[in-house]
Design a protein around this ligand. Sequence first.
Ligand SMILES: Nc1ncnc2c1ncn2[C@@H]1O[C@H](COP(=O)(O)OP(=O)(O)OP(=O)(O)O)[C@@H](O)[C@H]1O
Length: 793
Amino acid sequence: MADLPQDSEPHSGPASSPRPGSTSSHPSEITASPPPEPTSSPPSGPTSSPPSGPTSSPPSGPTSPPPSEAAAATLSEQTSSSPSETTSSSPSETTTSSPSEQTSSSPTSPSSGAASSTPDGSSDLPPPLPSPPAPPPVSLAAASPPLTSRPAPGGSGEDDADLGEVTFGDWQAHLGTMTGVGFLTIARRLPALVTQAVRIAWLAGPRDTVAAVTLSMLGGVFTAFGLLATTGVLQALFAAGPTPDRVRAALPALLLVGAAATLRTALQAGAGWAQSRLEPQVARIAERQLYELTSQVDLIRYDDPEFHDSLQRARLRGVAVADSVVDATIDVLTALIGIAAAAGVLGILHPVLLPLLVLAVLPDAWAAVRSARLRYTTMYALIPVSRRKWILTDLMADKNTAAEVRSFTMREFLIRLYDRVAGAEQDAVLRTARKQTVARIIGEALGGVGTAIVYAALGLLLAVGSVALAVAGTAVLAIRTGQSSLANFMFATNRLYEQGLYFTDFLDFCRRAREAVDREPRGPAPSSFTRITAEDVTFRYPGKEDAVLDHVSIHLNHGEVVALVGENGSGKTTLSKILAGLYEPETGRVRWDDTDIADVDQHDLRRHIAVIAQDHTRWPLTVRENIAMGLDKGEQALHDAARVAGADAVVAEMPHGYRTLLDRRFKDGQEPSGGQWQRIAVARGFYRDAPLLICDEPTAALDARAEHALFERIRDHADGRTVLLITHRLASVRYADRIYVLDHGRVAEQGTHDDLMRLDGIYAELYTLQAEAYRTTEAETDTVSTETGTLAT
Ligand SMILES: Nc1ncnc2c1ncn2[C@@H]1O[C@H](COP(=O)(O)OP(=O)(O)OP(=O)(O)O)[C@@H](O)[C@H]1O
């Protein structure tokens, strides 16, 4: 939100000066204030990235202070202070540490009294609110041209097809939540929102919650007291008699006004302090809750674009606004107390003034609600586009892609794609800003008329002698206080509602993730087996029509080395993930002896399976952590695993041995080569005491010596483990106890190497092709040496 001059603000909030990390903002700023956006954000693609948020912040234009408020503020300074000054965090000040920073630091321990987490990782956060009504789609999408038809600056248009999946038409699917929202909807949902906010605040910091609310209320009491004391001052000043006598007579009341103002300021400062203490605590438990769930949901969810959209909404906005929702709730309560104080005083002075006051503030409130609605729909609709943009920005800024961006001279191409996506996003944001400005102007114009009516009515009452001059003077102050309190109330209510929507996204995501995670309690997984059987397994990825695995049946006997071979895309990795319990088959089942693994605790099951993945993660952690992965089996086990994988040689070259950080983005961080990384990944698999070891292309990056050593180890049954080996190096699978050949998701052949060679099918063809390549090379080498020998002779 844009800063406003402090001295032009209406005041009636918990603190008179902004808290650190907050910027001042005006009630009317709501017309364009975006919810906080993280300055650095989670990765949206294959790499970590610092996206700026789902939508660019609306331009500052619409956020500038309304002149009417600025002009009128001086009189009310004594009696009120704006809550918005102290509670609205600037988007730019909301910080989120980058993923890389998070991963390289030690994990945050649960806050002791804050989020009481259940053993399965879920916490006692409030349940989600009922979903807002889904109104008809707004015209935003319809009015916007598809991204694909937007000319790229400097682009030829040849890349249009590349962005076909991100068109404005897609937005239709997401639009609606806030478009039909009016005052009544807000009023209906407000109690639920307040309840949620208070619950989360209570979980985060009960003492600070009590302090913030109590001190705010007391501040309101002293506001009313100060107003009433002001009447005494004015009455004394306007009485007949010499000026020194009148001033003397006013002194006691004046002292009361001063004392009330001082107390109010102290109370509001205390309330502000409590509120600032609550903010990080609330943010932390919300964030922790989210990541407990994201790291727990089934892997298959990550193949669903809808999941990514809702995760992104929850992650970027939902978590970021959790503290603001609490803030806004306290602001609403504070403003209500301010209104009650002013209304009480006005009611005492003249009852007609009160309804007139409400009339003056309503247009502003309408503008605020409309504006918030526009902003929310824009953000909601832009999520897929924004994700696309972040992926592009990642590609241009990440270390992992930096080399290929250069070697393939992709800069201009990527910039062109970026321009197209970011341009579309910008257009949408600007359209929203324009509509918000119009709404604000209308709201303020009507608000000005309302204020004029209030003052005209007061003048009339004065003219007909209904109120005395001193009373009219106090009425002006009370009107100003009431007006700013009402404006603050509208502002805070709207902010609460708007941020409540983002917060609802967060709660909604958590609810759905929890539903997916909270299965019926299952029994413990068996710790060993005599036979693992996959029976009639069929599987397809979400949104895909074709099955990747089609009625596949295989088995692994205890202590065997079983190889899975087949051409690219035949389904080997997918099958291994099903055997690892990472995906559940659509039909069929996987059994460890008689136990269906779908019936056991998945977390427990995975403890008994070690996976050396084809696309293993290069964890930005130390060598030790990269191998141990959170397990602590002691030094000997660490060294043994490293030796088996040849990772001990890698460690020997590292400046700090096992303590070396494998992340060049940090001081003293090292970057192992591809093969060195693979050795570490292999060591990781051997470190786990798991009876089943799944090796998916474990040697693709290894040199000949390391590869040979590893296959020797596997051939020796990997220290008593049962091994599922996926590899294209067919020379290495000939010693497997059994070989399954997958072809287009089906088991095409099975048997020992000799069986399959006799069968003369796919395996024999692939094997012969590979062997042929060696034979040809050897023959060529022989020819060359013979020729060389002849020449030499
Ligand atoms: N996460 C995913 N979402 C959708 N489709 C996927 C996903 N992962 C793999 N596939 C598809 O499933 C099919 C099988 O992929 P899989 O990785 O299991 O094959 P593979 O035999 O291991 O291939 P390779 O030898 O190249 O490693 C492929 O057509 C692939 O495009």
